[in-house]
Design a protein around this ligand. Structure first.
Ligand SMILES: [Zn+2]
Length: 210
């Protein structure tokens, strides 16, 4: 089963993935990580990715697809969760050529709640983990003791801009998957537990239909 996750920053995709991992066996395909892993193998594909990235360019869609295809071929998993891909309609159409999508989960968040969450967010400058200001008492990372910082673009203006950009890209994608009856929309303004419960129910329903 291939599941695509859609949701803006702050919608809780990372938390959802962690909850799903307790209930379901799957490989996470997060394109950033996938490309880094491919570079680390030193393969011809990996060397190409490194070259493109070093020159400051975005890795071409064709290369991303090749990397995903390679992952699907070499991994033994039966389930995949895609996070961060596809990001727009073009990518979704190309993705169809290499694998099926069984379920698309869209985490919907109001801008107001996203703003609240992101303004309270601290990122560790060393390990990259994210914490809520409400939960950590100092600016020291509880995991690695690195320094916790607010992202420079986590300002009300920066967040509003990212919201706009997200909807511009995602709206056609949502319509595309809706027409294929693959989309479920989940209210992500609620607690992580409630969100995970809805998503797991949808996954089970899909599985039973198969
Ligand atoms: Zn850390």
């Amino acid at each position: 089963m291939n599941i695509v996750l859609l949701g803006i920053q702050g919608s809780g995709k990372g938390t959802l993935v962690a909850s799903l991992e307790k209930e379901l066996e799957f490989d996470l395909i997060s394109t950033g990580q996938l490309l880094r892993d491919e570079v680390a193998t030193g393969s011809a594909l990996g060397r190409h990715i490194k070259e493109v990235q070093t020159s400051g360019n975005l890795v071409e869609l064709d290369t991303v697809l090749k990397t995903i295809q390679k992952k699907l071929k070499t991994s033994k998993s039966k389930n995949y969760v895609f996070d961060g891909f596809p990001r727009n309609l073009e990518q979704a159409k190309e993705m169809e050529k290499i694998c099926d999508v069984d379920l698309v989960v869209c985490l919907n968040l109001t801008q107001e709640v996203a703003l609240k969450r992101l303004l309270n967010r601290l990122t560790c400058s060393k390990c990259g983990n994210v914490f809520s200001k409400l939960r950590v008492k100092s600016n020291v990372c509880p995991i690695c003791k690195g320094k916790l910082e607010q992202r420079y673009d986590d300002t009300p203006e920066g967040i509003a801009k990212r919201f706009e950009e997200y909807f511009r890209q995602t709206h056609p994608l949502i319509e595309f998957y809706k027409a294929k009856h693959l989309l479920i929309e989940v209210d992500a303004n609620r607690s992580p537990e409630e969100v995970a419960e809805d998503v797991l129910r949808a996954i089970n329903e899909r599985n039973n239909k198969k």
